[in-house]
Design a protein around this ligand. Structure first.
Ligand SMILES: NC(=O)c1ccc[n+]([C@@H]2O[C@H](COP(=O)([O-])OP(=O)(O)OC[C@H]3O[C@@H](n4cnc5c(N)ncnc54)[C@H](O)[C@@H]3O)[C@@H](O)[C@H]2O)c1
Length: 260
């Protein structure tokens, strides 16, 4: 992909799952990466495995100080910042029962952290001359989901935020886009369905034109495309990376015509 080699990215949530796949793909394409995550063991192990192109910076996105430290450490080690990839998220959501504190916690991680990261990294993205931010929405922001009130709202907020951010930083040659993943293999899905992964694949088949759950690597390649200079005209966009999930209506993949 053009415009990735020699660049520097911060990947929040890069210690595992989709975020880790993005870190791996960036390194394969010749970029350097700072992983900003709270999972110290996983993050340090991934950085050790991938070598001098990767830095782990223990960063809780609820802390302005830690975000600033991450930005400083990235510039100190790699000399620049070109891309911010906001893959980190909390799925914390008690639906109807969610307290004010529950709402505040999930918004703090999923929305406010990425806003502060853009504020702190902005001077470096301006210097890049071809900065790119990729935010993470979710299919959850596009339909009612039982017992989930908070997480889908954070993702809906991210879509509107993406449009507003894109407009305000366009003058700095920074593009801001979001991906909308469908069901994607990751640590939470693997954990929830450890005993019966076939069952969740069968369930997903009804809701995705692809007939399957996506892989973290497929998500990562779409994120790299949005960072690359091949996407130079794309900003303020939401890109479904979902095997056709969002394009399906409530009847899913059911055929509505009677059999002949
Ligand atoms: N997996 C899916 O099916 C799916 C579907 C739609 C959207 N998404 C989105 O994709 C992204 C990646 O999700 P995933 O499924 O790989 O989840 P995951 O839980 O495996 O990864 C999320 C990462 O965020 C990190 N994180 C959580 N709180 C943090 C904090 N306070 N500070 C810093 N890092 C923190 C976690 O430690 C973890 O490494 C998320 O934004 C999620 O909303 C995933």
């Amino acid at each position: 992909m053009r415009g990735i080699k020699g660049k520097v990215a911060i990947v929040t949530g890069g210690a595992r799952s989709i975020g880790a796949a993005i870190v791996r793909e960036l390194v394969l394409e010749g970029a350097s990466v700072a992983i900003a995550d709270i999972l110290t063991e996983e993050g340090e192990a991934l950085a050790r495995e991938l070598g001098s192109q990767v830095l782990f910076s223990e960063t809780d996105l609820r802390s302005d100080e830690q975000i600033e430290r991450c930005v400083d450490a990235t510039v100190k080690q790699f000399g620049r910042i070109d891309f911010l990839i906001n893959a980190a998220a909390s799925y914390h959501d008690k639906g109807f029962e969610s307290s004010r504190a529950d709402w505040a916690f999930t918004f703090d991680v999923n929305v406010f952290g990425s806003v502060v990261l853009l504020q702190k990294a902005h001077p470096h993205l301006v210097r890049s001359g071809a900065g790119a931010v990729v935010n993470f929405s979710s299919e959850s922001a596009h339909a009612a989901q039982a017992k989930r009130w908070v997480y889908p709202c954070t993702k809906a907020a991210i879509e509107e935020l993406t449009r507003s951010q894109a407009l305000d930083v366009a003058k700095d040659n920074i593009r801001v886009n979001a991906v909308i993943p469908g069901w994607t293999w990751s640590a939470p899905i693997k954990k929830a369905h450890a005993e019966n992964p076939e069952w969740v694949e069968q369930l997903a088949a009804q809701f995705h034109m692809s007939g399957r759950i996506g892989s973290a690597e497929e998500l990562a390649r779409a994120v790299l495309f949005l960072c690359s200079s091949d996407a130079s005209l794309i900003t303020g966009s939401m890109l479904p990376v979902d095997g056709g999930h969002l394009a399906l209506g409530p009847q899913g993949t059911l055929e509505l015509l009677p059999p002949k």
